[in-house]
Design a protein around this ligand. Structure first.
Ligand code: SAH
Ligand code: SF4
Length: 340
């Protein structure tokens, strides 16, 4: 919603300035889904605004609910007709988490990820990121009565390659006058963009950082996460160490398990020593993500082999979680967001 334009519109039409605050509160506090939900306004004004302004910069053109009802995927259309995807995940009873996109496509092109396949179309604006929250919250309010308790920047795109917009969107989400989420309930996942990690440590020391590592040797990581050719593991280790020294925060390490590539005993040992070269194990939670099918040649290991890898890292002293895949039946799981 373009509040500057709305303010000008109100002025030019001789309408009272408090209308702006009423619209703002309806959008950010009450999660109005359409102009009809902005009930504080007189009906004739609402009708006029309907023709002049879109409430959100993104519009759901498709909404898919998983069989179990624990995941909802939205296909949002942007003003220029491009589409992005956003996923609502019901992790705990009454607690929803929202996975937002930051770019249309992604320039990093990790070969196991559906988003990377098509390369980058464009960056999202701050409003297009924040409005994914507002439009999803409006849907949730209407359809489930629940609330979004946390946001993860883990949808389409590499957040730190669109730092300005991501930063502005986090400000909208955490501003007490606007969406008012706590910084602790915001997490950003990066493929290892070193300058981004450094800026993030300064700008948002209370937010959570997740690093998509997937390999702890440069040869393999160059292949799996091509951004590693620009920011190799040695640089990444320094940035991560500085991040931890500065923020004293625990970092989430995402590790997509790919059978025969990064799940051997020796890979577990390398992961152990790379992480220990950065900081003590208590500073990490390792999220093991069994690979979700995207039509590429990659496969997740069998369940017992996933357990073995997780067990090895636990023996090494790390907290380990194996991500359960919500929303696989609606292609809303990690790496399956392609914006078809
Ligand atoms: N670009 C950022 C954030 C979005 S990707 C990043 O890479 O961190 C979100 C997570 O999904 C990343 O950890 C990514 O590696 C993982 N992912 C991508 N494709 C996947 C797939 N097919 N199966 C499982 N996880 C995948
Ligand atoms: Fe981009 Fe992340 Fe997918 Fe890699 S995993 S292509 S960085 S969205």
């Amino acid at each position: 919603m373009d509040f500057k334009k709305l303010s000008v519109f109100l002025q030019e039409n001789g309408l009272p300035a408090f209308r702006l605050k009423q619209v703002r509160d309806a959008v950010y506090k009450s999660f109005a889904g359409s102009w009809d939900d902005v009930s504080a306004l007189p009906a004739p004004l609402r009708e006029r605004l309907k023709h002049e302004f879109r409430l959100h910069s993104v519009e759901a053109v498709k909404t898919l609910v998983s069989k179990k009802g624990d995941a909802v995927k939205f296909a949002f259309e942007l003003k220029d007709g491009l589409k992005i995807e956003t996923v609502l995940l019901n992790l705990l009873p009454e607690k929803w988490s929202l996975c937002v996109s930051t770019q249309v496509g992604c320039p990093v092109r990790c070969p196991f990820c559906a988003t990377g396949k098509k390369g980058l179309k464009r960056n999202l604006s701050p409003d297009e990121i924040a409005d994914q929250f507002l439009a999803s919250a409006a849907w949730l309010k209407k359809n489930r009565g629940g609330k979004i308790g946390s946001v993860i920047f883990m949808g389409m795109g590499e957040p730190f390659l669109n730092y300005e917009s991501v930063s502005d969107a986090i400000k909208i989400m955490t501003d007490p006058e606007l969406i008012a989420l706590g910084q602790r309930h915001v997490s950003v996942s990066t493929a290892g963009h070193v300058p981004g990690i450094r800026r993030f440590a300064k700008d948002f020391p209370q937010c959570n950082l997740a690093l998509s590592l997937h390999a702890s040797e440069d040869v393999l990581r160059n292949e799996l996460v091509p951004l590693n050719r620009t920011y190799p593991l040695s640089q990444l280790a320094k940035a991560l160490n500085d991040y931890i020294v500065m923020t004293h925060r625990r970092v989430f390490i995402e590790y997509v398990l790919l059978e025969g590539l990064n799940n051997s005993r020796s890979q577990a040992a390398k992961l152990n020593s790379w992480l220990r070269s950065v900081a003590a194990p208590k500073y990490f939670t390792i999220n093991i993500i069994p690979h979700n099918r995207t039509g590429s040649q990659y496969r997740a290991p069998a369940r017992d082999r996933i357990k073995v890898f997780a067990g090895l890292m636990e023996e090494n002293g790390f907290e380990v979680t194996v991500r359960k895949s919500l929303g696989e039946d609606i292609a809303g799981a990690c790496g399956q967001l392609a914006g078809k």
